[in-house]
Each structure stands twice: as C-alpha cells, then as structure tokens.
Design a protein around this ligand. Structure first.
Ligand code: GLV
Length: 309
C-alpha cells in the first residue's frame, strides 16, 4: 500500500487508544490530528468540526468511529462525493444483545413487580411464563437491530421487527413503514428502540406512538435520545399505561440533575454504555476497509447521505 495519512478526530473521547490501535493495524500510516497543514487520505472521526472538511480536500473516505452517523449530519454537506462509512458491529452487536436480553429477562421474570413487592414487604408469587409468551418488538433492523432481534428470537421470545424500509430477519415477523406501525406495536410488551437518528425518526416515540403499545408495556432505548419525547414517556408511566423504561440514551447527555428520569422509580438510567465502540475492533475494521479501497474494491457500511444513515 502507498504510505497513507489518516486524520483522527475522536470528539470528546480519549484519543490515545485509537492512536494505539491505528499504530497496530496500519503501522505504515501517519496518523494526523486536527488542525494540521497536511492533507490526509482518510479521516476517522467522531463529531468532527466542519472546518476540518473545508481543509481536507483529498479525502478518499470518512469513517465514523461509531455505529450511528448522526454525529456527521452537521458536516454531511461538505462530504458530498466522499464515501462515508459506518462501523458495522465490531463487538457492538454482542453488547447490544446483552443489554436487550437483560431488559427482556427482567420484563419476562417480572423484576419490577418483585422490586415493588420487596419495598412493600409483600411475599406474593406469580405464575411462570413460557418465553414464547413475551412479545418483544425491535424497531430498526440494521446490523445491530437485526442481531438483537435474532438473538431474542433464538432465546425463545416472540419477536417482531419494524423498519422504515422492509427488511427480513430470520425468526422475526417483520413490519415496515408508517402504515404498519400500529399493527407492529399492538402486542409488544417490550419495545426495543434500535433505529438510526434521522429527520423521520426524531421524536417518533411520542405519546401517540407509545400509546399504541399495550397497557403494562416497557420501553428500552439503546438508540438515540432524540427519538423519545421524554415528557410523554414520564406521563405514560405516571398514568400507568407503561410499566417501565430502561434508557441508555437521552436528548441531552449527560442528563441534567433536575431531570425526572434520574429519580423516576420505574426508569432505569445507564450512561450511554449499551454498546461502546471498542477501538481495537473498530480500527481493525477500518484498516481492512482502507486496504480494500486502496485495492480498488468495494466496502460495506456505506452511508446514504440523502437518507442520513
Ligand atoms: C454509539 O452510540 C454509536 O453510534 O456507536
């Protein structure tokens, strides 16, 4: 391979493990930091500044350091004509599966009911439920959503999936588009949000849509905070329509001290950790794709700049 220059910008993250991973996987490449006078061949970025792309006119591809690419929306206008590539799985699917399975098990095994009983010092046993009895809906059937839906189905839950454009996942009943949303949601006792953030998914989970879930349903959001209208969720929890929510992502991260989500007895908050980019595995994938592009071969994971995901 020709000697390559890669510009690395890791948003607010610690850049050291990313640099080390590039040194291991592309030892002959020069890794640049922004700002620089040099022109890079490739960029590997999380939440990069727009000014970087005005200067970097020779980029052959821009790699997102995470699965989501909404952090690139503010710079997408400057990326026209450049290949934009997302991270595909790289260890994130397993993490998402663990998180969703934990939430599904808690719902299935009535964890919140037993927690409330413990608070009230009430000894009351509820019937065992077969796994197939629990209907789980997964919204978003991309690399991560598809893996989660399949894993939940393999475990024995009854899984249905919804996506904007029709997609098939083995063992999962698939629904697509706005027209099938109500039918998809109607029996879902647990809804797992794994959608990308786009103009058409922003605030999708509002009072109207969450009310389409059956009474007593629970929500898991491991996708993006901007999908959810948080006040509507809290209202539906307080009215008793929804039983609980497990939230990993929020409209504003970190959530403010005064946010009711911190204190709500039926909300579990985790700090955007459902699936963390593992530098070693992400950079191995980026390096492999760079090698393919240098050899004139196609790569997977290309972002559609019009659809914004
Ligand atoms: C994390 O949220 C990611 O998009 O990888």
């Amino acid at each position: 391979m020709r000697p390559l220059k890669i510009i690395l910008y890791a948003g607010g993250w610690d850049v050291a493990p990313w640099r080390e991973a590039f040194a291991r996987h592309l030892p002959s490449a020069t890794v640049l930091s922004w700002p620089t006078d040099a022109r890079a061949d490739y960029a590997a970025v999380w939440a990069p500044p727009l000014a970087m792309f005005a200067e970097q006119s020779d980029l052959r591809a821009v790699f997102s350091l995470g699965a989501g690419v909404d952090h690139l929306v503010p710079v997408m206008g400057a990326l026209r004509g450049t290949a934009v590539v997302r991270i595909e799985d790289a260890g994130m699917a397993d993490q998402m599966i663990e998180y969703a399975l934990l939430a599904a098990l808690m719902k299935h095994r009535r964890w919140s009911t037993y927690a409330a009983q413990q608070t009230a010092r009430r000894w009351q046993r509820h019937d065992a439920r077969p796994r197939a009895d629990l209907v789980v809906g997964v919204m978003g059937l991309g690399v991560l959503g598809g893996a989660v839906a399949r894993a939940l189905a393999d475990f024995g839950y009854t899984v249905r999936g919804w996506s904007r454009r029709a997609r098939a996942v083995e063992g999962v009943r698939a629904f697509a588009g706005e027209g099938e949303l109500a039918a998809f949601l109607a029996p879902c006792e647990l809804l797992v949000d794994m959608l990308p953030l786009t103009p058409s998914t922003e605030s999708l989970l509002d009072r109207r849509v969450l009310s389409l879930l059956p009474r007593g349903a629970a929500l898991v959001n491991v996708a993006r905070g901007k999908h959810l209208v948080e006040e509507d969720l809290v209202a539906l929890l307080d009215e008793g329509h929804l039983e609980g929510a497990t939230l990993d992502v929020f409209r504003h991260e970190p959530i403010a001290d005064e946010s009711p989500l911190w204190r709500h007895p039926r909300v579990t908050v985790t700090p955007h950790v459902a699936a963390i980019s593992v530098p070693e595995r992400c950079v191995a994938q980026v390096a492999e794709k760079i090698a393919r592009l240098e050899a004139g071969l196609a790569v997977t994971g290309l972002v559609d700049l019009d659809a914004k995901y």
